[in-house]
Ligand binder design. Structure first.
Ligand SMILES: *Cc1c(COP(=O)(O)O)cnc(C)c1O
Length: 392
């Protein structure tokens, strides 16, 4: 087995000549930001997902923040999400001065566990501490059970933001993630390791015009140029008015042009990822690793291909396997460290043992490389390396 010269990363963007041409044409135009490219990108994502409104921002983290604000999240309110996610899914609550709590994951696939959610809601309802927003995370690109979560939202009165940072191009019961049939807002990330990229970037899609308007305002300083929204009379054609405390979360036209060009290839990227995932699942059969279970109603975008070690002493063995893969030039990684175990989150009173399935998942999970330009030869090298690492 020969070592590859370059590290095979766990994820990588795919940039085409068309992408480069799209960026180049914006660079040569009059507007690098606040021109027409952002609206075009928003329309392409809204049309793709089948939701009427899309608001582009400079990251999914920003999208989560303004989504929470648009849903009226305030100091003292409560947000629940999964511990097995990137930090941003929880930090959006803290930005709004509200409190964060977690719902344990389902051992089958690492997604937010519906029965754990139901139990926790029942107890919270008795205590009068129900969440204002629940943020299900579609781990690796596989949708959570949105029908069940939506049904619970009607009983207990919470809003839903889908953190679909991994999941553009995925489907739930045959419908594209991002259609927002079962949620208020869905958020996507366009970081280079995600399904499509704008360098940095994010998008919030919604069926609600009011939420879309609110998020548009919040992404650009809370400033309006619409006289109907102003308190004062206009001083003249230059006049604008701040009606909310907003931010500069704008995406540039350079990024948006890249996004529109990339968005044309979402289906192609996702089907290539599904082919690679299928090859992994077949070729790893018989090894002491277990892929995440795919639910029959889901079509995953396979942002990540996660396996879990089986057997004893997984935490120690996983370290050895990941170290060995890295020595062999394979950027195996771990997604994710449970957020409640982060030192920063200890100040909120979280402790080891709070979310046992999430902790068990973290002990044995690791991610293998998956991205559209990963060749069969490279993938076979990853599989052979994993076999040898597991035998050590
Ligand atoms: C990547 C990611 C984010 C943050 O995305 P950015 O665009 O980098 O801000 C949020 N949630 C999840 C689950 C992610 O994977």
């Amino acid at each position: 087995m020969t070592k590859h010269n370059r590290m095979i990363p766990y994820g990588h963007q795919d940039i085409s000549e068309e992408d480069i041409a799209a960026v180049r044409s914006v660079l040569l135009s009059d507007y690098l930001t606040q021109g027409g490219s952002v609206a075009e990108f928003e329309k392409s994502i809204a049309d793709y997902c089948g939701a009427p409104f899309a608001v582009a921002v400079n990251s999914a983290t920003s999208a989560l923040h303004i989504a929470c604000l648009a849903l009226g999240l305030k100091s003292g309110d409560l947000v629940w999400t999964s511990p097995i996610t990137f930090l941003a899914s929880a930090n959006c609550a803290l930005y709004c001065g509200s409190n964060i709590d977690f719902v344990d994951v389902d051992a089958k696939n690492g997604n937010l566990c519906v029965s754990a959610l139901e139990d926790k809601l029942r107890r919270a309802s008795v205590l009068g501490r129900l969440p204002k927003i629940v943020i299900p995370v579609h781990l690796c690109g596989q949708s959570c059970d949105m029908r069940a979560i939506n049904r619970l939202s009607k009983i207990y009165g919470f809003s839903i933001i889908e953190d679909a940072s991994h999941a553009i191009g995925g489907k739930f019961f045959g419908k594209k993630i991002g259609g927002c049939e079962y949620s208020d807002i869905t958020v996507f990330s366009f970081h280079p390791v995600k399904i499509i990229t704008t360098g940095e970037g994010g998008m919030a899609v919604t069926r609600s015009e009011a939420l879309a308007k609110k998020m548009q305002l919040l992404r650009s300083h809370g400033v309006t140029r619409n006289p109907l929204e102003m308190m004062k009379e206009s001083d003249g054609p230059w006049y604008y008015e701040q009606i909310e405390l907003g931010f500069n979360y704008r995406l540039t036209d350079i990024q948006a042009a890249l996004g529109t060009s990339q968005a044309r290839r979402i289906d192609k990227f996702v089907s290539l990822r599904n082919l690679l995932a299928g090859r992994y699942t077949t070729k790893l059969t018989g090894l002491p690793v277990e892929p995440l279970q795919q639910m029959a109603y889901n079509y995953s975008s396979y942002h990540l291909y996660v396996v879990r070690l089986s057997g004893q002493n997984c935490f120690q063995r996983r370290r050895i396997v990941v170290d060995r893969l890295r020595q062999l030039g394979i950027g195996a990684n771990v997604h994710y460290i449970p957020i409640h175990l982060q030192p920063y989150f200890q100040r909120f009173g979280f402790r080891r043992g709070d979310f046992p399935e999430s902790e068990a998942y973290y002990e044995k999970a690791f991610s293998l490389p998956i991205y559209p330009t990963l060749t069969d030869e490279q993938q076979d090298y990853v599989i052979a390396s994993l076999k040898s690492a597991l035998e050590e």
